[in-house]
Design a protein around this ligand. Structure first.
Ligand code: MN
Length: 285
């Protein structure tokens, strides 16, 4: 009997393999517990920025192996590049077997349009991002180049690359503002482009929100991270849910899962036992 939880789509982001903060073991347990049709890796999976530290323990390798195995078993793996794995952007739009590397992805989900991207395009300037991204796909690509150019200059000047974690460390207030701006901009752009769902990572804040403005509404989703939150997004039965490793662990995540495992006679018994009690109550009344 296969006890893996079947989901249509599982989305993870911000795993940061190759860093001390990454919780690879928990992620491995999670990946072993699901059987998705599509696995979307929404950026910052392997942290190539910090690769020089030569830290890459066994569980981190196992995560990579697991993802490759899933792909070999027929899972469609979509690797969306982030800023910490931006080196992979050189290979964007490449496909190797069931694994494809892209900078963004649009999927049709039961007649609704879902827009996936990591979210670092908003880093350099969230205000500039707003009007640049209005150019649709072209604007998104421009923003990636802008971010890359900025980081290249910073490096040449001997400064640290622009990173969100640094900004958060610098000021809590600034971080809160950035997070709400991020959610706002991503949602506004999604509404403008007619997307029903906008799915990001990057800010390490798992969330599902309905966002509305005068032009329409969209659902904003963030898959969180495997550094602090241990979260994923799952799409099944035409709806999205946040999987939270600490809360949901490996217990049946959807209510109907334990029903599915029951024998038919037990199911019938479970329904029929209730009946005599109901009748009894009626009589008492
Ligand atoms: Mn990122």
């Amino acid at each position: 009997m296969d006890l893996k939880r079947k989901v249509e789509i599982a989305v993870i982001s911000d795993v940061h393999l190759g860093t001390y903060g990454c919780h690879a073991k928990q992620l491995l347990t999670y990946l072993n517990s699901i059987q998705p049709k599509k696995l979307i890796l929404n950026g910052d999976i392997v942290d190539i920025w910090q690769f020089s530290k030569r830290y890459f323990p066994k569980p981190h390798l196992k995560v990579i192996k697991k993802i490759m195995d899933m792909a070999a078993d027929g899972v469609e793996v979509i690797y969306i590049t982030g800023n910490h794995d931006e080196m992979l952007r050189k290979f964007s739009d490449m496909t190797i077997g069931n694994i494809s590397i892209v900078d963004k992805k649009v999927l049709d989900l039961d007649g609704k349009k879902a827009w996936f991207f990591h979210g670092d395009v908003f880093d350099v300037s969230i205000q500039n991002a707003k009007w640049l991204a209005k150019l649709g796909g072209y604007g998104y690509d421009l923003l990636i180049l802008l971010n890359r150019a900025t980081n290249w200059c910073l490096e040449k000047l001997g400064k640290e690359k622009y990173s969100l974690s640094k900004r958060i460390k610098n000021s809590v207030k600034g971080a809160i503002k950035y997070i709400s701006d991020f959610e706002e901009v991503a949602s506004d752009l999604a509404i403008e482009n007619g997307y029903d769902y906008v799915i990001c990572g990057h800010i390490h804040q798992p969330k599902i929100l309905i966002k509305e403005n005068k032009f329409g509404k969209t659902m904003y989703l963030n898959s969180g991270d495997w550094v602090e939150n241990f979260t994923a997004l799952e799409y099944q039965f035409k709806r999205w849910k946040i999987y939270n490793y600490n809360k949901d662990k490996l217990s049946p995540f959807f209510a109907d899962e334990d029903i599915k495992e029951m024998e038919i006679k037990d199911l019938i018994a479970a329904i029929t036992i209730v009946e005599p009690e109901k009748k009894k109550k009626k009589k008492l009344n």
